[in-house]
Design a protein around this ligand. Structure first.
Ligand code: SF4
Ligand code: SF4
Length: 300
């Protein structure tokens, strides 16, 4: 069985308890305007090209069997329709200007790699977090990976936007420790404006997890001008649900500018800056509903 993985980050400290390895799956059903991981949006492997590192040597052009790269004004241009994501060109690039976003992993090989850090997981009460993109948008691979790790005694957290069929949650829940669940808005029109989709399925899946005894930590990305008017509605909605251990309000940043450029994607990041103290207001509104809310830029 094969999964397409955008990246693997070891020693992550913000993706659940303890030291964790985060596996970023490729592909997401949402299109959040503030997406910090644009390399996780598309489902297929793709090349990131960092032009400032390029020396113009042309090795990538000759290495590409699909003739997908041409030199224009001394720099390579990739035809993303012709490119099949083989990643050969990344191996020939002396400047490290070409980055592979999306590697095909066999299940056994990925499990073996993740188990290399088993001792760190055990000593820190950590584990593996499946993230993305949306990890559950590759459901068979995600469930098989979670099961294999669970059977090795590894804690598995699921970082999800919730926009998948409920049946997938039913299948993965027996192997999951905690769901790190994004709530971006309660008003369906605001949600659609921010992410391209309404939130009926997302809220329904959250109800299902909470009402069936699963541990859930909510992530609320707070983006002024987009979803900052949703705090009260989020508080009201979450206050009725059992099983929520924490609501982490996440500060927005636009550090992903360079990645949009490298992927030839239109940069949708809002031009706003959020400071740690700006999160005090949403945190205190959520707390007024009896919710254990924390400032994600100050606390964990
Ligand atoms: S990933 Fe493969 S097909 Fe795409 S540009 Fe590089 S060598 Fe060519
Ligand atoms: S191989 Fe790398 S450094 Fe050489 S032209 Fe291609 S991207 Fe630039």
């Amino acid at each position: 069985m094969e999964g397409i993985i955008a990246g693997i980050k070891r020693s992550a400290v913000h993706d659940g308890n303890g030291l964790r390895t985060t596996v970023f799956f490729k592909g997401c059903p949402l299109k959040c305007v503030w997406c910090h991981n644009p390399e996780g949006i598309g489902f297929k492997p793709e090349i990131g090209f960092y032009k400032e590192k390029c020396m113009g040597c042309g090795s990538c052009v000759t290495s590409c069997k699909r003739n997908a790269i041409t030199m224009e004004n001394g720099k390579p241009v990739t035809n993303r329709i012709l490119c099949d994501g083989c990643m050969d060109c990344t191996e020939y690039c002396p400047g490290d200007a070409r980055q592979a976003y999306g590697i095909r992993w066999q299940l056994d090989a990925l499990v073996k790699k993740l188990l290399q850090d088993k001792a760190f997981f055990q000593n820190s009460n950590g584990g593996v977090t499946l993230s993305g993109g949306e990890c559950l948008a590759q459901p068979e691979f995600a469930v098989a990976l979670a099961k294999a790790l669970y059977e090795e005694g590894i804690s598995v957290d699921i970082d999800t936007c919730g926009a998948v069929k409920q049946d997938i949650f039913r299948k993965i829940a027996p192997y999951a420790d905690t769901f790190l669940y994004d709530i971006k808005a309660i008003d369906p029109l605001v949600h659609k404006h921010c992410t391209g989709r309404d939130n009926e399925q997302i809220l329904e899946n959250l109800r299902y997890l909470c009402q069936n005894g699963h541990r859930v930590e909510i992530r609320y990305p707070y983006v002024p001008g987009w979803n900052d008017g949703e705090c009260e509605a989020i508080g009201k909605f979450l206050a009725k649900l059992p099983g929520i251990t924490k609501v982490k309000v996440l500060g927005y940043h636009n550090f992903a500018d360079g990645k949009y450029d490298a992927l030839d994607l239109p940069n949708t990041l809002p031009d706003v800056k959020v400071l740690a103290q700006d999160l005090n207001r949403p945190v205190s509104i959520l707390r007024s509903f009896g919710i254990n809310a924390v400032n994600g830029m100050l606390d964990d």
